[in-house]
Design a protein around this ligand. Structure first.
Ligand code: ATP
Length: 555
């Protein structure tokens, strides 16, 4: 089975059920019916997320690989406030421009992001060449004259495609269309042909651009009712959460919860320069909560309203942006791979120039590190963005705060505003990718599924099980448990239930090694070690368990 098939075949419902059952992730405020777009991490999830963040801090802040110049990379940490002076967000462009286009269905009262709208377009099939076909497909979605037959809402291309494939029979029947090529048979879904009253059409699934939507929203069919006329025009909706400082709560007291951790770094850039001995090039790293009032939170934790980011702003001389951009893009990609996101499920996607953000138009590049989540498969969803932000943010803050942010480079004898390369990752999307990657159905096991976490990020590193809760076995187990816990962190100790049930619970928790103490242990001082992935069992000396585990967890 290819990687693609594997992840596409994984059921998000089953992954979410396991997350709840084993205490990885709970719906926030669940006992009050939940609150849309917010998630709490349970005991295993909190540890998993901490392991991910610790690995990031260790590998990118404390021990990054040598830079493109072969020298050690200099990075320092920061922990800035969630609420800052509101002028920060005016300078950064978030007050004026951090908007998503929102559309409402007047009939069903459902709301969605206009840029998530995909349409299924019909066009009379040309008799002619492949080029003619291609031209029609390319125009679908961006040309207001191409009114789609029906629409669907998706945050990723794979999901829209999946919707059409799943519902095609029903939808085509509704629109009296006969499929002459089976969409499910073809990877090039757009290449399908259809027939209506003897006439041939081609069908194209494509995103409906904002411009086309703004011009033709009255005739665009609703994704929910498939009828035209019930959509509102797209309206800009600012994603920042507002709050008030102090007791009076007037317009003058408005403040914002930060929508990204990055700006806290830019406004402290001068403080860091003045108080440490960092020299250009150098980075400032920060992880912490960010808040976005997403129009349509969805796909479990993938699009939440409260989430955590792990960001680096790397400052460098403008002439060196290309090499630092390439360095960070490749370093970050290699890092996700090192945590077990392997094979085809991880993708590096360079942006086309027309997708670049306002600050990156002329820069060295922007790329997304994307993961094939089960809900995006066969498509991908963004895990981390690596962008050349040029000197956009520092210029803005220099102007708005009337601050001198230029750097005097003694080596070059030159004064300049540094350019910035930003690798910006989501901790929650990272955890979600690790959960999806680890989820491994196995009908042969009692648990029917196990979580194949990389040992470095597995929340429970090992378990100690006395085979029976008597005959001195629990005492030996407790001693071993204490030793392992002090060396490796979360280690389970469980003297009750059948050993099969205990193993099954550890398989679902993704614990890589279980040590069992039995009657032989009492005589020959050895224990059984059970390997999660292979189910092999070996015996090793009781007094060697700690060192043995230390080696395994390093690998
Ligand atoms: P998207 O296009 O999916 O909304 P974005 O491009 O706006 O994401 P960035 O502003 O580049 O995201 O944020 C950097 C990282 O923060 C993303 O790669 C993602 O991992 C994480 N992130 C952004 N928005 C959310 C969210 N609503 N929920 C969870 N993580 C998020």
């Amino acid at each position: 089975m290819s990687e693609a098939t594997t992840n596409a075949a994984k059921s998000m419902d089953e992954i979410m059920a396991l997350c709840k059952r084993r205490g990885f992730i709970f719906q926030a405020s669940e006992i009050y019916g939940g609150v849309n777009g917010f998630w709490d991490y349970g005991p295993l999830g909190a540890q998993l997320k901490k392991n991910l963040k610790d690995a990031w801090w260790q590998d990118t802040v404390l021990t990054p690989p040598d830079g493109p110049d072969g020298k050690p990379v200099s990075i320092v940490g920061l922990d800035s406030c969630i609420i800052q002076n509101p002028k920060v967000w005016e300078a950064s462009g978030h007050v004026g421009g951090f908007n998503d286009p929102m559309v409402d269905d007047k009939e069903t009262k459902q709301r969605f992001r206009a840029d998530h709208l995909w349409g299924f377009f019909l066009h009379a099939a040309p008799d002619g060449s492949a080029d003619e076909f291609r031209m029609i497909f390319e125009r679908a979605g961006s040309d207001p004259n191409f009114i789609p037959l029906f629409c669907c809402v998706a945050s990723a291309s794979g999901e829209a495609r999946e919707f059409v494939v799943q519902n095609s029979k029903k939808l085509f029947k509704q629109f009296k269309l006969t499929v002459t090529a089976d969409p499910a048979d073809s990877d090039e879904f757009a290449a399908m042909t259809l027939e209506q009253n003897g006439q041939r059409f081609i069908g194209a699934l494509a995103p409906v651009t904002g411009e086309a939507l703004a011009q033709s929203f009255a005739s665009i069919p609703s994704p929910f009712t498939h009828k035209a006329g019930s959509l509102t025009p797209p309206r800009a909706f600012n994603l920042m959460f507002r709050t008030y400082l102090g007791a009076t709560a007037t317009e003058d007291d408005i403040a914002y919860l930060r929508p990204e951790t990055a700006q806290g770094i830019f406004i402290n850039y001068k403080n860091v320069l003045d108080t440490t001995r960092v020299k250009m090039p150098f980075g400032i790293a920060q992880m912490g909560k960010a808040f976005r009032n997403e129009v349509t939170p969805r796909n479990f934790t993938f699009r939440s309203r409260e989430f955590e980011q792990m960001e680096i702003e790397f400052f460098c001389h403008p002439d060196t942006t290309r090499e630092w951009y390439t360095f960070w893009r490749d370093t970050r990609m290699a890092w996700w791979r090192s945590l077990g996101l392997t094979g085809d499920n991880l993708l590096l996607r360079e942006h086309d120039t027309d997708e670049l953000a306002h600050y990156a138009k002329t820069g060295a590049g922007t790329s997304d590190i994307e993961y094939r989540f089960p809900f995006t498969a066969p498509g991908f969803g963004e895990l981390e963005g690596v962008a050349d932000r040029s000197n956009f943010d520092l210029t803005q803050h220099a102007e708005h705060a009337r601050a001198k942010l230029e750097y005097f480079d003694q080596e070059r004898n030159e004064r300049y505003l540094p350019h910035v390369i930003e690798p910006s990752a989501g901790a929650d999307r990272g955890v979600l990718a690790l959960l999806c990657e680890a989820f491994t159905p196995d009908p042969e096991r009692a648990s029917k599924v196990y979580m194949k976490f990389h040992p470095r990020i597995a929340p429970i590193k090992a378990a100690v099980f006395p085979l029976v809760n008597k005959d001195g076995m629990p005492e030996v187990g407790e001693k071993l448990h204490k030793e392992l816990r002090s060396r490796f962190g979360m280690v389970d100790f469980d003297p009750k239930q059948s050993i099969g049930k205990r193993y099954a619970r550890m398989d679902e928790a993704g614990c890589p090694y279980c040590f069992t103490i039995d009657s032989d242990t009492l005589t020959d001082q050895t224990v059984t070690v059970r390997h999660r992935d292979t189910l092999e069992q070996d015996r090793i000396a009781l007094d060697k368990v700690g060192d043995w585990l230390g080696e395994k967890l390093k690998a």
